[in-house]
Design a protein around this ligand. Structure first.
Ligand SMILES: Cc1cc2nc3c(=O)[nH]c(=O)nc-3n(C[C@H](O)[C@H](O)[C@H](O)COP(=O)(O)OP(=O)(O)OC[C@H]3O[C@@H](n4cnc5c(N)ncnc54)[C@H](O)[C@@H]3O)c2cc1C
Length: 273
């Protein structure tokens, strides 16, 4: 069994400033990090601390890993000061992954916003690798304003596949910013696509309020609770069920999640806090 405390040094080879608060670090670990999309890593800044982050790159590439990190506090402030050539630490992977086998042959709907797009980019890129295995893939992505829109230059590439739709929206366009795509809440994009609930999966990640209302809409459209998958970002430290910070009722977000089907956790306490 892998040692959960082992820290793998990883050299940053590129830093992409995605938005004023969000950066993608592209890293080359000293040995491959074989994760399954949806799992998370503990990323450490030597002498500062560590935090849980999901890779935003495809799980088909273990030699290089991308993480997309929003500046929110102490550790992430230091993460945002790193530059190419710096070496940081990776522990893991930990937790559950998206059940891709269940998605094969289906119409897959992905709905996300803000920094919640990080695990969804990983899922999306992983599925693009063998996109013909899925009947269709629809990715709806939201941001507050155009300058908060991350992975901005990747849209052209993502729209090249004939069974893939990538649709994005911003909540508002402040004066002086340019945007020629949708202006609405990301959940409103559900009204613009052909809905295929049946037995198809919907994967949701974003700020708690977006996830909550997104799920309510998906249920109204006829998606089944067991086919709606969430990624739960609870406060956690160890990553493998020892520190108990991420307890959600009878589950630990770190080892039973972070990926859960909605029917699994809907009755657990305080899932949106
Ligand atoms: C499984 C998992 C995957 C995650 N993936 C990503 C990702 O891909 N990109 C990303 O930017 N963030 C991700 N997060 C959130 C990220 O871990 C926290 O934002 C980060 O650890 C905050 O560290 P800090 O020291 O900068 O913040 P602190 O100074 O500790 O706190 C600043 C603020 O962030 C909140 N916060 C702290 N830890 C967490 C946490 N674990 N989850 C949510 N809010 C937190 C605090 O309550 C506080 O409001 C993920 C969290 C989990 C549990």
């Amino acid at each position: 069994m892998q040692n959960p405390y082992e820290v793998i040094p990883a050299e940053i080879y590129e830093v992409i400033q995605e938005s004023p608060l969000i950066r993608t670090l592209r890293m080359k670990p000293q040995k491959p990090v074989s994760f399954k999309t949806g799992q998370f890593l503990e990323i450490s800044i030597p002498g500062i601390g560590e935090g849980p982050f999901t890779p935003s790159s495809s799980h088909h590439i273990a030699e290089n890993v991308d993480v997309t990190i929003m500046k929110t506090g102490f550790v992430t402030e230091y993460v945002h000061q790193t530059k190419p050539g710096d070496v940081i630490g990776i522990r893991g992977p930990f937790g559950s992954n998206y059940p891709l086998e269940k998605f094969k042959g289906k119409d897959v709907l992905i709905l996300g916003g803000g920094c919640g797009l990080a695990p969804l980019r990983s899922l999306f890129l992983t599925m693009l690798h063998d996109n013909k295995e899925y009947n269709s893939i629809t990715f709806l992505a939201g941001s507050k304003t155009p300058k908060d829109c991350i992975y901005r230059d990747e849209a052209t590439e993502w729209r090249k596949y004939d069974n893939v739709q990538f649709i994005r929206a911003v909540d508002q366009v402040p004066e002086g910013e340019e945007w020629n795509e949708n202006v609405c809440l990301v959940t409103k994009l559900l009204e613009k696509i052909e809905m295929k609930p049946n037995d198809n999966p919907a994967i949701v990640c974003g700020p708690p309020v977006m996830m909550k209302f997104g799920i309510m809409d998906l249920l109204k459209y006829g998606f089944k609770e067991e086919n709606i998958y969430l990624s739960m970002e609870k406060k956690m430290y160890c990553g493998f069920g020892q520190c108990r910070h991420c307890v959600m009722g009878k589950y630990y977000a770190c080892k039973d999640g972070p990926v859960f089907a909605y029917d699994q956790i809907k009755n657990e306490e305080a899932i949106w806090e």
